[in-house]
Design a protein around this ligand. Structure first.
Ligand code: COA
Length: 390
């Protein structure tokens, strides 16, 4: 029985800051961001957008192509949840009008959380082959103004329907994974901006990649030649290129020429270059970018996925693209969304960044900005209220 990703959809904010603008204000060479980090723009969430609105907007189109009563599991991976106690999944469950017979919870392990959700959901659909799971990764990546992490900020959500006989990607059972208690990126409960030891984090990312890859290889008997494309977690897209080269080095294969490197990983980077880091969503935004944009027909081809969440948890796994995949993508929606965003000035970006969500328990209506299908309407007595935006 095949299990895997039946449908996938991605949502980001309607606003962005061009990194050339940020480079100018910070007195940095724009090529450092464009070439050194591989980033062009960062998605900026307005005050009425949060992980709940991004996630519900990402999931809504999936419901039009499935029977929502079959969804009995909703797993929401995020590090930027809206409540210390109540799962963001519960708000999304309500906005989407899902069946009351549904387990809905939030999962946390930095950028790995949605992969935990995906792996749990795969095991669950094997036990319940007629049912479906909705797995969502959504995050708002925030670092201090002027910090090295600032140009890698972003926001977005990816919603995936997990089922038997999936229409997009049948996942292989062999996976390599690695847990280790390290302090490379974290966000104490009292902070709205993450703390990161960026260079150390990159080193841990690459070393856990090698360990996960070795396990995957030993369990599956597959090598790099069996993988037509490779998707990686993308704190910044240049890291995926380094990750692929690192596996080549591990395999004692000569470093790929630039055109071969771009063929193997380049198409998965297109969306993230335009949004910045989306933490839990980032790997799956890369997968969406690959399936939407790769010029070759990937039907029957095996692709690999590497998930990394600081702290840290890493996993290397793979799947086979299904023959009818192109008929079930939301490519036009993604391309229009990215093309129609509103560009912010630096001043507008900083004003939005400094906006403080009201925490006085009073009644506050949030002014409407451009969003996806849902928006945060206001907060009253510490309760968040959401509404349909379109
Ligand atoms: N033109 C082209 N490239 C340039 C450049 C220029 N003018 N100036 C610098 N670069 C390159 C550097 O050589 C470097 O590339 P390399 O690593 O291949 O050598 C890259 O740009 C970054 O420069 P660096 O000086 O190392 O950047 P930094 O000190 O500003 O920090 C990060 C970079 C990635 C560490 C930082 O952005 C960060 O912490 N990001 C957050 C990472 C994260 O979220 N991790 C947690 C989840 S995995």
């Amino acid at each position: 029985m095949k299990v895997g990703i039946d449908l996938i959809n991605f949502q980001t904010s309607q606003y962005f800051l061009d990194l050339a603008t940020l480079a100018q204000v910070r007195g940095t060479d724009a090529d450092k961001y464009r070439t050194g980090l591989g980033q062009e723009r960062m998605a900026v969430p307005p005050p009425d957008e949060d992980v709940v609105t991004l996630a519900a907007s990402a999931a809504l189109p999936l419901l039009e192509k499935t029977t929502s009563a079959d969804i009995e599991l909703l797993l929401f991976g995020t590090e930027s949840g809206v409540d210390q106690s109540k799962a963001a999944a519960m708000f999304v469950h309500g906005l989407l009008g899902l069946s009351k017979r549904c387990r809905a919870v939030e999962i946390k392990e930095a950028c790995y959380a949605a992969t935990a959700g995906l792996q749990l959901a795969l095991a669950w659909v094997q036990q319940h082959p007629t049912k479906k799971a909705l797995v969502i990764g959504a995050d708002i990546a925030r670092y201090d103004l002027g910090s090295p992490g600032e140009p890698t900020q972003g926001c977005g959500a990816v919603a995936m329907l997990i089922s038997t006989e999936p229409r997009l990607l049948a996942l292989d059972p062999e996976t390599g994974f690695h847990a280790e208690n390290v302090m490379d990126f974290w966000r104490p409960n009292y902070r709205t901006e993450a703390l990161v030891d960026g260079k150390y984090s990159t080193l841990v990312y690459l070393s856990t990649l090698v360990d996960s890859w070795r396990q995957y290889k030993a369990l599956s008997g597959r090598g790099l030649g069996d993988l037509a494309r490779s998707c990686f977690h993308l704190p910044f897209t240049r890291l995926a290129e380094k990750a692929f080269v690192r596996i080549c080095r591990e395999e004692k294969i000569p470093e790929p020429a630039q055109d071969e490197l771009q063929r193997r990983v380049g198409t998965s980077l297109l969306y993230n270059r335009q949004t910045g880091n989306t933490y839990a969503a980032s790997l799956y935004e890369g997968l969406t970018s690959l399936l939407d944009n790769d010029p070759e027909d990937l039907s029957g081809k095996r692709i690999s996925l590497f998930s990394y969440g600081s702290g840290c948890m890493a996993e290397f796994f793979s799947g086979v693209v299904q023959s009818s995949y192109r008929a079930h993508l939301f490519t036009a929606h993604h391309q229009q969304m990215l093309a129609n965003r509103t560009e912010l000035t630096y001043r507008q970006y900083e004003d939005i960044f400094r906006y403080q969500f009201p925490d006085d328990g009073g009644d506050h209506v949030i002014a409407p900005y451009r969003t996806g299908a849902f928006r945060l309407q206001g907060v009253r007595k510490h309760i968040r209220y959401y509404e349909r935006a379109t």
